[in-house]
Design a protein around this ligand. Structure first.
Ligand code: G6P
Length: 362
C-alpha cells in the first residue's frame, strides 16, 4: 500500500483525526469575507444562472446519499430553493423527469461509483445541468459533470467514509451560501455562515479530544444486538449516516428513524436491550427531542445523546456552531462510536466484509 496509517492502528482512525485539516483544505480560498459569500470557481454557474434555478436534486449512493440529504437541508434553509436527495441507484432506474431549471448535484467520494455515473450520464442525455461534489480529481463522474466542487479531502483508504462525509457537508454549505447570496440570504446571515465555517476545524479538534469517553460509550454499545439512531430535520441525515457507519464496521444492526416518527411504530421495540443514539442540538426542536427522549426513558431504553448541553441521558457534548452547520459537527462523535464499537468487537475495520470502497459494477 502506498499510504500508511502512521501513528494510528487503522486508516479509519487516521482519517477521522485528519478532519480539522480536511475542513481547512475544503475551505481554502473559497470564503469571501467581504461579501459574505463563497468563491466556487469550478461551478460554472454565474449569479444569473444561479437565480434561475427552481429546484435542486441531489443524487449519490451510501454515505454520499446521506450527505446529499444534509446538503438538501442546507440549500433549502440558506437559499430557500426546494431541494431533495435520492439514491442514484434508484433515480437512474425510474425514468426521471429531467427539468431545465433544476440543478442536479451528483455526490461521490471516488467519482467512480457506477450507479452514480450512470445517473449522471442519463441526466446529461436528457439535457440536465449536473454539478459534481467529488473527491478524486479527474475521476469519471468529475469528467462527466458540467462543473462542481472538489472536496480536497485527500485519499480516503478506509472503506467506510469519514472525512469525505464531513468535506461534502462543508462543500454543500459553501454551495448553499453561494446560492443563498444570489437570492435572499442577507449579508449578515451570510457572514454568520462564513464565521461558522471558519470555526469548524478548531471545534472538530475539540470533539476529537473526547475520544476516550466516546470509546467507553462505544464499548457499551458493542454489547447490544443493535441500536436506533434518531434525529429531527437537520439531525435526521446525521442519524442515517451514524447508523450506516455502525452497520458497516461493527456489523451491529442499526436503524435510523426521524425522532418524530418513533411514536408511530418503532417505539414498540424500545427496551433496556435496544439503545438509542439521539441527535439533540440546541435548536428550535430541542424541546420536541426531549419529549421523545422522555418516551424512551419511560420504556427504560438507554440513550446516548449527541448534544450541546447536558441532558439526563449519557451525553457526548459537541461545541455549538451555527444551527445550520451543527449537524456536520455532530456526525464526528458517531464516526468514533462506530470505530470503537468495531474495535471492541475485533472486526477488520478498514475492510469490512462484503463491502468495496467503490462499487464500479451494476
Ligand atoms: C460503497 C461504499 C460506501 C460508499 C458508497 C458511495 O457502497 O461501501 O461506503 O458510501 O460506495 O461511494 P462514492 O465513492 O460514490 O462516494
Amino acid at each position: 500500500l502506498a499510504y500508511d496509517a502512521g501513528e494510528h492502528e487503522h486508516f479509519m482512525a487516521k482519517e477521522i483525526h485528519e478532519q480539522p485539516e480536511v475542513v481547512e483544505r475544503a475551505l481554502r480560498g473559497r470564503l469571501d469575507v467581504r461579501f459574505s459569500t463563497a468563491h466556487l470557481g469550478g461551478l460554472n454557474l454565474d449569479p444569473r444562472e444561479a437565480r434561475a434555478i427552481r429546484r435542486v436534486k441531489i443524487i449519490g449512493c451510501g454515505s454520499a446519499y446521506y450527505s446529499g440529504q444534509l446538503g438538501a437541508q442546507l440549500i433549502e434553509e440558506l437559499a430557500r430553493i426546494p431541494a431533495d436527495a435520492e439514491p442514484a441507484s434508484e433515480f437512474r432506474y425510474r425514468n426521471p423527469v429531467v427539468e431545465a431549471d433544476t440543478l442536479y448535484v451528483a455526490v461521490s467520494q471516488s467519482g467512480e461509483t457506477y450507479d452514480t455515473l450512470a445517473a449522471v450520464q442519463e441526466l446529461r442525455r436528457k439535457g440536465g445541468r449536473v454539478l459534481g461534489l467529488v473527491n478524486v480529481v479527474g475521476s469519471a463522474i468529475a469528467r462527466e459533470c458540467d462543473g462542481g466542487i472538489y472536496l480536497h479531502a485527500g485519499p480516503e483508504v478506509s472503506v467506510t467514509s469519514t472525512k469525505t462525509f464531513t468535506a461534502t457537508g462543508v462543500a454543500f454549505a459553501l454551495l448553499a451560501l453561494y446560492l443563498g447570496r444570489t437570492r435572499d440570504l442577507s449579508p449578515s446571515d451570510g457572514a454568520r455562515i462564513v464565521r461558522g465555517l471558519k470555526a469548524m476545524p478548531m471545534q472538530i479538534a475539540e470533539i476529537l479530544r473526547q475520544e476516550d469517553r466516546i470509546a467507553e460509550l462505544a464499548r457499551g454499545l458493542a454489547g447490544h444486538q443493535g441500536a436506533f439512531f434518531i434525529g429531527r430535520v437537520r439531525g435526521f441525515p446525521i442519524a442515517r449516516e451514524g447508523a450506516q457507519k455502525l452497520k458497516e464496521v461493527s456489523y451491529l444492526h442499526a436503524e435510523a428513524y426521524p425522532a418524530s416518527e418513533l411514536k408511530h411504530g418503532p417505539l414498540a421495540l424500545i427496551s433496556p436491550d435496544l439503545p438509542t443514539v439521539a441527535i439533540v442540538p440546541d435548536d428550535e426542536l430541542r424541546d420536541k427531542n426531549l419529549t421523545t427522549l422522555g418516551e424512551i426513558n419511560a420504556r427504560k431504553g438507554r440513550v446516548i445523546a449527541i448534544a450541546h448541553s447536558e441532558l439526563s441521558a449519557d451525553a457526548i457534548l459537541v461545541p455549538k456552531n451555527e444551527r445550520e452547520l451543527d449537524p456536520i459537527l455532530m456526525s464526528i462523535p458517531l464516526q468514533l462510536l462506530a470505530y470503537h464499537a468495531a474495535l471492541a468487537l475485533g472486526h477488520d475495520i478498514d475492510k469490512p466484509r462484503n463491502l468495496a470502497k467503490s462499487v464500479t459494477v451494476e
